[in-house]
Each structure stands twice: as C-alpha cells, then as structure tokens.
Design a protein around this ligand. Sequence first.
Ligand SMILES: [Zn+2]
Length: 340
Amino acid sequence: MNHCCARTEEATIRAPLLIICAARAVAAMRLAARDVKGVAAFLASDECQNVVVLTGAGVSCAAGIPDFRSPGGMYDTLQPELITAMPEERAAMARDPTTVVLKDMFLRNQFPYHEVRRPFILGTQRQQWKATLFHRFLEVLDAKGKLLKLVTQNIDGLDFQTCIPPEKICACHGSVGRAACEGCGAPVAFDDFCERVRANIKDINGVDANAPSESSEMLCDACRRPLLKPTTVLFGASLPQSFFEVLEEELPQAELVIVAGTSLVVSPANLIALGAPGSTPRIICDWNDVGRGVGIDCASTAREDVWLEGDADDCAVDLAACGWLEELSDLRANYPKRVV
Ligand SMILES: [Zn+2]
C-alpha cells in the first residue's frame, strides 16, 4: 500500500515534468540527425530561413593569410628590433607581440602598427588574397535568401569580395581595407591612404626597394594628428555599434548559427554563439570542438550543437551537399588556382 502511494505521488509529481521535457524536446528538435547530413538537410529545408554566421581567421587560411596566432603568423614572426620604437616599447613588444595593436601604443607611437601592417595594407589594396570556398559558400547561402547576418572577426575584407550585400556583413573587428583617423574618425579614401603608407612607412620585411629608409608621420587632414590607420579595432578600443545591434536584432531571429574558423575565445565576438536562442542549433566548423567557454558541448544532448570536424572549406563542401554544390562549383571555377 505504501509502495502504491509512493508510486502515485511520484507519478503525480513527475508527470508535469515529463510533459515539460517532451515539449522542450519537440521545440528543440530541428535537426534530423546531429551530423553533417542532418545539418545540411535542415539548411536546405523551409524551416531554416534565417542563418547567422560567425567567422574567424580559419576561413581565410586557404587564401594564404596566416592566422595571427598560428606559427608563421604576426605574433610568431614579430621582430621588435626592426621597428621604429623606443627601447621600452620594443621590450614590451618582445614580451607580448599584441602590444603592436594596442590602442595605447598606437596613440603614443603609430609606427609599430604601420610597419607591421604595411604588407597587409598594400596587399589588400592590390587584392593579393582572394575569397575562399567558405566565403563563396556564404555567398550561395545569401543567394538562397537564408543569410540573415555574417559577423566576421576577420579584418582582411575578403567577405566584401563576394556578392553578399555589405549591409549584411558586420566586420566586428574592422577592416584593413578601409581607412580613417583613429582620433577624430574622419575617413580617408583607401587608395590615398595606401599612397601615404607606400611613401611614409619603411618596409621592415626588406622586399620593397622603393620604400623609404625611415618612417614618417601620416597626418589626418581634418585634425592634423598622425592617427590615420585602417579601421581595424585596436585592443582596448570598443567594437562598432553595428555588432551590438546584431546581438539585439538579428541573433534572436536565428534558426541556425554557423561558427567557422574561430576558437571562440575572443570576447565579445563569441557572444554570437553564447547568445543564440536556446532552440537554435549551433554548428562548429573547425578542427577542434571549440566553444566550451561559451556553453557549447557538442558531445552533450542538452541542445543541438554539432561539431563538423575539418577546415572551413571542407565544411563548406559538406554543407553544400544539401543540393547547392552546383552553385558552389560555378563560383569555384572563377577562383585563382592557388586558392582552390
Ligand atoms: Zn583626425
């Protein structure tokens, strides 16, 4: 009797919980399977109309742009002794190469930033690097009417080589392909800026015989301070307002979030993953199952997070297998050979 009562009470207590759990499970089930086929099928379905994408350096590696944090990247190859700076500034750069992109450093001495970035700025002007397969996959996603917003942490501007409307792209860390004054915000035409870089900034890599032997200041026409630079967001500076608008306006509408080529350790950009609605599957395209720090655990069944292991371009092909391979191939035919 006691047992019977106990079971009854237990059933009474548990029943509403089961109903709640079942309701949650139904609401959360968007993927037929938590693998690449399941994701691709959902992507192609009518239920998936609003996709928010967050990209990082990994999607540009195939273009030949090294990830700053990887071997061969800026932080690995920095030679402070070649840079125009005071001894204590060089020591700070030797201790931590990211000093080069600190706002405090730039306001004090602009040459470390400009001398390190010179080849990247001028290479961007001549479009030395081309959009990758993953960028083109996003172009197809947009052509299908499903790309709600692309948030890129990359400053390389490759996203703007695609046919994705610029207003759908939030370059949350700025772009090396646009220039303005860090002090007063006055824009400067990118080609004019590049001419000044070519004439005023020395080449610490020793490849440009026409570069000046010493660097000299580049003054803003508006405020006369030497603070012209690409619109990249320096460490210690705020992200553009447009990023925070994505968090408030587009992210809550996302039916799918794709995260590609980023370790998700840089805040606040990683809020795109953290702040996605609870019923929204989050897809990680990376060699590593990143995202633990923002609550993503692809091994857990708590929500529909899926890890697609591999480089971004491979993941692009896998996802395009949902029926978009022909469109992707058409775009790929235009690539320079070295990119493919
Ligand atoms: Zn200015």
